[in-house]
Design a protein around this ligand. Structure first.
Ligand SMILES: C[S@@+](CC[C@H](N)C(=O)[O-])C[C@H]1O[C@@H](n2cnc3c(N)ncnc32)[C@H](O)[C@@H]1O
Length: 290
């Protein structure tokens, strides 16, 4: 079968779910990953024939896409800040906003002496933990998550370690129990992208997120939307060095109350920051140096 024919048929099959350009782009990602072709192959080589042996797995993948499964789960990877992370339905697919969190955290780490220690609460795929460990060699990172399946994914990421870079350590912990025994720390930086979507916000979400991404990673009760941030504040009070910094990703509708929570917990200064879409998306805070 010609690649162009597969793309045409696949695009038509995905049209009920995705706009045409997005459908074609998903199929091109699939073909790049499974056939090793390039995005421009169908244009530059319109006679490119898909090897017959490759067709069954392409059709399988198309069936999964037709059911609404996110392409990253179908492919088994997601790109994040220039690196390819393994993902499975046990972990959230890393989001572009979180790349911004990591970029800000890298800036903080570059301003610290080499060998800084970082705690990543609710680590999921480990995309934050690994990116920090690799971007700033010498940094030691501990990633914590309650989900053993997620930790397995985080531990299974494979990246070459440049000179001085250390792989993060991933541990199981219930972030909502900040007083539990924890044999790591202190830390110079605490980062977290915890669950922060309200149950009532489900109505605005795409079905492929709701049906496929782990609800453990996404939702908090409407009655207590900041519970993870209270816990992050407690972990940070306990484990940050004096003068240490915290950085969290937040629900865009809860910027002011989240910032207020960290201020009330005694952190100062506390700063709200926007994402690329000008939405309140991050809060940074500092533990007093005394
Ligand atoms: C929003 S996802 C973030 C994953 C990853 N840090 C990222 O940015 O892509 C939240 C993560 O919190 C974890 N989680 C949920 N409840 C938790 C708890 N009580 N303690 C620790 N981790 C928890 C989920 O398993 C999920 O991996």
């Amino acid at each position: 079968m010609l690649l162009t024919a597969f793309l045409k048929e696949g695009t038509a099959a995905l049209e009920p779910l995705y706009p045409v350009r997005e459908a074609r782009s998903l199929l091109l990602m699939l073909c790049e990953a499974q056939l090793g072709v390039q995005r421009h192959t169908p244009i530059l080589e319109p006679s490119y024939e898909i090897p017959a042996g490759r067709l069954p797995s392409l059709w399988d993948a198309l069936e999964r896409l037709k059911k609404g499964e996110p392409v990253q789960y179908v492919l088994g990877f997601s790109d994040f800040l220039g690196r390819r992370f393994r993902v499975s339905p046990a972990v959230l697919i890393p989001r572009p906003e979180t790349e911004q969190l990591v970029t800000a955290a890298v800036e903080i780490l570059r301003g610290l002496p080499r060998g800084a220690r970082v705690l990543d609460l609710c680590t999921g795929s480990g995309c934050i933990a690994w990116s920090l460990a690799l971007e700033v060699p010498g940094t030691s990172v501990v990633g914590a998550d309650i989900s053993q399946e997620a930790l397995q994914v985080a531990r299974g990421q494979e990246f070459p370690l440049e000179a001085g870079a250390q792989a993060p350590v991933f541990v199981q912990a219930d972030v909502l129990a900040p007083e539990q025994p924890f044999s790591f720390g202190p830390f110079d930086l605490v980062v977290s992208n915890p669950p922060y979507i309200l149950e009532r916000e489900k109505v605005w979400m795409r079905p492929n997120v709701l049906d496929y991404e782990p609800s453990l990673a996404l939702f908090v009760p409407d009655s207590d939307p900041l519970l993870f941030y209270r816990a992050v504040a407690a972990w940070s009070s306990r484990l940050l060095v004096p003068g240490g910094t915290g950085l969290v990703e937040i629900n865009e509708t809860l910027g002011a109350p989240t910032a207020e929570l960290f201020a009330s917990a005694g952190f100062s200064p506390v700063r709200q920051m926007k994402d690329f879409f000008d939405k309140d998306r991050f809060v940074g805070f500092r533990k007093s140096a005394f």
